[in-house]
Each structure stands twice: as C-alpha cells, then as structure tokens.
Design a protein around this ligand. Structure first.
Ligand SMILES: *[C@@H]1O[C@H](CO)[C@@H](O)[C@H](O)[C@H]1NC(C)=O
Ligand SMILES: *[C@@H]1O[C@H](CO)[C@@H](O)[C@H](O)[C@H]1NC(C)=O
Ligand SMILES: *[C@@H]1O[C@H](CO)[C@@H](O)[C@H](O)[C@H]1NC(C)=O
Ligand SMILES: *[C@@H]1O[C@H](CO)[C@@H](O)[C@H](O)[C@H]1NC(C)=O
Ligand SMILES: *[C@@H]1O[C@H](CO)[C@@H](O)[C@H](O)[C@H]1NC(C)=O
Length: 171
C-alpha cells in the first residue's frame, strides 16, 4: 500500500512535468499577441506587429524574474512593459489570452483624467505603439511569468485622449 501510494505520487509528478515540458510556448506567445490585437480592434487601434528584437528583450527579463524570484519592472525607458505572474499555472487549460485579459480587466477603471488606474490596459491599446515582443518563462514552482515589451512605448502624460479608445460619436 505504501509503495503504491509512492508510485501514484511519483506518477502524478511525472504527469505534471510532462505537461509543462510539452507546453507549446510558441503558440502561447502568439495567443498573447492575438489577444492584444483583439482588444486593439475594439479600441480603434491597428494591430501590433511581432518583433524578434523585442521578443529577445522580453524573454531575457522574463528569465531574469524567474531566476531571481522577484517581480519588478526592468529599467527600460525605451520600451513599454507589461508583466504577469501566475502560480501555479495550468499549462493544459490556461492560455496566452490570460495575461492580456488580466491587464485589460482594468479598463473599467480607465478615465482620461485619471488613467493611473489602468496603465496596463492603456499600453495594450495605445494607438501609437506598433510593435510587440513577448517573453514567457516557466518558474521553478510551476507557475508562469510573461513579459511584453512595446515600441514605441505608450502611457505618455497628456496623450491618453488621442491614444486610448475609439472617438466618441458626434452628437
Ligand atoms: C524591431 O525592434 C527594434 C528595436 O526597437 C528595431 O530596431 C527594429 O527595426 C525592429 N524590427 C522591425 C522588423 O521592425
Ligand atoms: C534599476 O535601477 C535601480 C535604480 O537605479 C537599480 O537599483 C536596479 O538595480 C536596476 N535594476 C536593473 C535590473 O538593472
Ligand atoms: C483561452 O482561454 C480563454 C479563457 O479561458 C478562452 O476564452 C479562449 O477561448 C482561449 N483561447 C484559446 C486560443 O484557446
Ligand atoms: C478599480 O480601482 C479600484 C480602486 O483602486 C480597485 O479597488 C479595483 O480593484 C479596480 N478594479 C479593476 C477591475 O481593476
Ligand atoms: C509615435 O510613433 C512614432 C514611430 O512609431 C514615433 O516616431 C513618435 O515619436 C511617436 N509619437 C509619440 C507622441 O509617441
């Protein structure tokens, strides 16, 4: 009985390892981009293009966060940056839409006069941003870290009105 229990635990761990290792990271990152573009379409912004230079920068920071166990922004001033961490992450059921949905859940708090409550959302839909890079790293505790970098960056003071959302219909 004891051995059987140990065997079962071993098997479960094994199944978990396999599902994390067969995780399709390329597909996951593409889902991240696609979900950005779905929100952008809904906010009258043109789709972002994936940029491999930005992918590498985002991946480097995502790896760094996973190895240090910290969750902070990089010091980039050149690029916009959104990041996401979820532990544990269900690699079979959860997908690349999730970080973007989480960022954009702030949209209900967005106002032009007080955009500070929704800066992840505003970066996602920022009109003048044209390129995106995505990094994703599986953490030691079977969670996920996702970093996106954006060029040109968004969230410039006094430019929210022209960069966020569709023009309101003229009455
Ligand atoms: C990708 O981004 C980098 C850094 O901003 C830029 O130098 C490069 O021109 C971009 N590549 C493309 C294909 O737009
Ligand atoms: C970012 O800048 C701060 C303040 O200058 C510094 O303490 C920190 O180490 C820097 N972080 C990285 C990752 O370079
Ligand atoms: C990803 O998950 C979300 C939320 O569970 C779901 O609505 C969406 O259809 C999924 N997307 C893909 C590409 O599987
Ligand atoms: C909106 O802002 C309030 C006040 O900061 C916060 O408590 C709430 O969680 C925010 N809601 C969303 C969806 O981000
Ligand atoms: C908008 O983007 C262009 C290039 O993509 C850049 O040259 C320009 O400085 C940006 N404008 C603002 C106001 O951010």
């Amino acid at each position: 009985m004891q051995y059987f229990t140990l065997f079962c635990i071993g098997l479960l761990i094994c199944i978990y390892e396999i599902s994390a290792s067969t995780w399709n990271k390329g597909q996951f990152c593409q889902e991240v981009v696609d979900q950005h573009n779905a929100y952008r379409m809904g906010n009258c912004a043109s789709p972002l293009k994936r940029n491999t230079t930005l992918d590498a920068i985002a991946q480097k920071w995502s790896d760094e966060l996973a190895s240090t166990g910290k969750f902070v922004h990089s010091n980039t001033t050149e690029y916009g940056e959104n990041s996401y961490k979820k532990t544990p992450f269900n690699f079979d059921k959860e997908n690349g839409s999730m970080p973007v949905i989480a960022w954009c859940s702030e949209s209900s708090n967005y106002t032009v006069s007080k955009p500070q409550l929704a800066l992840h959302f505003t970066q996602v839909v920022w009109k003048n941003t044209t390129m995106i890079g995505v990094g994703a790293t599986v953490t030691k505790d079977k969670g996920i870290i996702v970093v996106c970098n954006y060029y040109t960056r968004g969230n410039y003071e006094n430019q929210f009105a022209v960069n966020v959302g569709c023009p309101s219909p003229k009455s």
